[in-house]
Design a protein around this ligand. Structure first.
Ligand code: HEM
Length: 537
């Protein structure tokens, strides 16, 4: 068919504007037949109406009646068992299609288009428009997102660029080791309770050191008030995001509190980031004025040098600080489910803190792996105490441990895509454009067909050449154009921290503690405090 059309088009081109009406008529006929054929094959596709899934009532019961809000990751496993790898569910007006097989996830991501979209953070954009701020990587879409992404990618994704941050990050790791030592000494058995809280501060300090090459004091004995207020603003802002998006705009006048609080939180976050950026750049300018040679090694410096307008630098740095410590992929629907959990929680958790906590938790329960990991780090370091980025490249077990932890506990257990350009075909269904698609990463990474003995911590599975699973079965940082831009920085930070912790301490489970389960709070986080015993080495 396409061959015939091509021949006709060629004939039309050759005959020019005066082409015979017969040719044109024939082309229209062929077009009609082609559309008919496509329709026919589309007819074989099933529609959303035919897709299985729970009724609105039973889904609401799973979520609220059975405390499913914090078990959303397990609902993925239930859903797959009950309905197969693809099912739909409605929460109020929001309908979402779940995909719980790597092949399906791959099909979605391969059709996501030039400028992929996770979800529409409309209230975040409204705030920026109101205050005249620019959009950062989290809020920008389309061409604007593309240009910011290309610029940031140069400094955040290129291996050589990221290696340059190892000295800065190692300074933060040193503070963390001191902090852990001080904390363990406060307990007669050397137990540090609630290790995640310590790692949250480490995560924030780490990302800010990369952004400003200066410190926030998160690991000091007394955390500065402004920093505490920044952390609090992030948490409150997330809760208010949900409320403000659930309320139509005209209701903001009637019930102004959520929107006002939301704006105040963002105001503080922007002010906090701007304060640090301005302070850093002023120091830079003073040094230049004195004729000093400066070699900035922090992201803000690179961005301002690359000609990014300051308005854009402020918004991007604010959003990177936020992305570095809190979730970025929460879609409106997921967030709505979790509203109650957020409101009730006071403990902040981040991707870095969650991954580090689970890593040490698993290593404490697998002393053999911990011993092999320590041996690997020591063999690479020789007489040195502090690894650099280049050393990490020679630590395959370290990488396998982090991969395995992120497979077992994918910090973002479900991601989302909204394909806006056109309808897409996935797994025999036609998914209309603008449908919210939930990618069930937890389900695929715990699938026994992909990973034998899926609930066990077996880092060795990543060391064999033929890993035997689908490449989209465990993708904790996402895949493709809109995947995590902080991935390399996060991995480096994790490797440097774990290497120093296992060489400084032996980590054992708290003798009085039990197993800790995971729960969903947008991120997949420990359900209860992780307490660990640290023994000096
Ligand atoms: C263990 C640590 C981390 C994990 C597992 C993680 C995971 C993810 C995932 C799954 C996404 C969504 C990808 C997609 O939609 O395809 C994402 C996006 C993103 N992450 Fe991370 N992340 C981590 C740490 C970080 C850090 C430290 C930063 C900041 C430096 C960061 C910055 C971002 C940003 C800005 C985006 C949005 C990218 C865009 O929209 O173009 N992440 N991350």
């Amino acid at each position: 068919m396409s061959f015939l059309r091509a021949m006709l088009q060629q004939a039309l081109k050759v005959s020019g504007r005066s082409a015979s009406p017969l040719f044109k008529w024939m082309e229209r006929c062929l077009e009609g037949i082609a559309v008919g054929c496509a329709r026919q094959s589309d007819n074989q596709l099933r529609t959303l109406e035919e897709m299985p899934g729970p009724s609105v009532f039973s889904f609401a019961w799973d979520l609220f009646g059975k405390r499913g809000l914090s078990r959303l990751h397990e609902l993925q496993l239930d859903g797959r068992k009950r309905y197969g790898p693809m099912w739909k569910a409605s929460f109020g007006p929001i309908l979402t299609v779940h995909m719980a097989e790597p092949e399906l996830i791959e099909q979605v991501l391969r059709q996501e288009g030039q400028h992929p979209m996770r979800s529409d953070l409309s209230s975040w954009k409204d705030y920026r428009n109101l205050r005249g701020h620019g959009y950062g990587l989290l809020t920008a879409e389309g061409e604007e997102w593309q240009s910011v992404r290309s610029l940031l990618g140069k400094h955040m994704l290129r291996p050589k660029a990221v290696e340059a941050y190892d000295g800065t990050l190692n300074g933060v790791v040193t503070d963390l080791v001191h902090k852990l030592r001080a904390r363990k000494q406060q307990n007669p058995r050397g137990v540090i309770s609630d290790i995640s809280a310590e790692f949250y501060r480490f995560g924030l300090e780490g990302i800010s050191s990369v952004l400003f090459e200066s410190r926030l004091g998160c690991l000091d004995p007394l955390v500065p008030v402004e920093t505490e207020r920044f952390i609090q603003s992030i948490n409150t802002m997330f809760v208010m995001t949900l409320l403000t998006m659930a309320m139509p705009k005209w209701m903001h006048q009637l019930f102004p509190k959520p929107w006002d609080t939301f704006c105040r939180c963002w105001d503080y976050m922007f002010q906090f980031a701007k304060g640090h950026i301005d302070q850093r750049l002023e120091k830079e300018a003073e040094a230049v004025a004195k004729g000093e040679q400066i070699e900035g090694r922090y992201l803000t410096y690179f961005l301002s040098r690359a000609g990014m307008p300051m308005k854009s630098v402020y918004s991007n740095v604010t959003e990177l600080l936020l992305a570095g410590v809190d979730t970025i992929s929460s879609t409106l629907s997921w967030s709505l489910y979790e509203l109650s959990d957020h409101v009730n929680s006071s403990l902040p958790l981040s991707q870095i803190s969650s991954t580090l906590s689970w890593s040490l938790y698993e290593l404490s329960r697998h002393p053999d792996v911990q011993a092999s990991l320590r041996a690997e780090v020591q063999a690479v370091l020789g007489d040195r105490l502090v690894p650099g980025a280049a050393d990490v490249a020679r630590m395959p077990l370290m990488k396998a441990v982090v991969k395995e932890v992120l497979r077992l506990y994918p910090v973002i257990p479900a991601n989302a895509r909204v394909i806006t350009g056109n309808d897409i075909k996935v797994g025999g269904y036609l998914i209309p454009k603008n449908t919210l698609i939930t990618l069930c990463h937890f389900a695929t990474s715990r699938d026994p067909a992909q990973f034998p003995d899926p609930d066990s911590f077996v880092p060795q599975r990543w060391l064999t050449r033929d890993e035997g699973h689908h490449p989209y079965a465990s993708v904790p940082f996402g895949v493709g154009k809109r995947s995590c831009i902080g991935r390399r920085i996060a991995e480096l930070e994790l490797y440097l921290a774990i290497a120093r912790i296992v060489t400084n301490f032996e980590i054992k489970p708290d003798p009085e503690g039990g197993a800790v389960r995971a729960m969903t709070r947008t991120l997949l986080v420990p359900e209860s405090e992780i307490n660990l015993m640290f023994v000096d080495r």
